[in-house]
Design a protein. Sequence first.
Length: 159
Amino acid sequence: MVATGFKKWGMTNGTAAAIMLSELILGRPGRWLPVFDPKRLNLGASVGSLIKENVNVATRMIGDRLPGGGSPHDLGPGEGAVLDHDGEKVAAYNDPAQGLRAMSARCTHLGCIVAFNTAERTFDCPCHGSRFDNDGRVIEGPATAPLESKQITGGGVER
């Protein structure tokens, strides 16, 4: 028996897996075994949610590629957004101290369009969870390369 794939949840889920594996080996009816049983899902009950989420992904994939978005002039200090600039999606952040920062809005993992997270002031990829700081550096993968820096005019102070 093997338990894998914990990534950032290794400390907690690894411990839980060890407890459940020991219960299986000793033949004890562990109370958490049914919760983590791979056969626990009822596909019939999950179909609606599966369809809804896939429609959401398709809508996002199409909508992200359509023209639209604000202007760098719309960004107040400390604000960020994904903007259209010369037919390209650009992730822009108006740093109160350093002025306007701009980078490609395409995640370097698989090319999804990032979105600005106002609470964390980061650009987050909705597809696979990569996160970038407001200068485009990777905070969390699976992306390993930073967002490509771009030059745009207007809004904030150019750098």
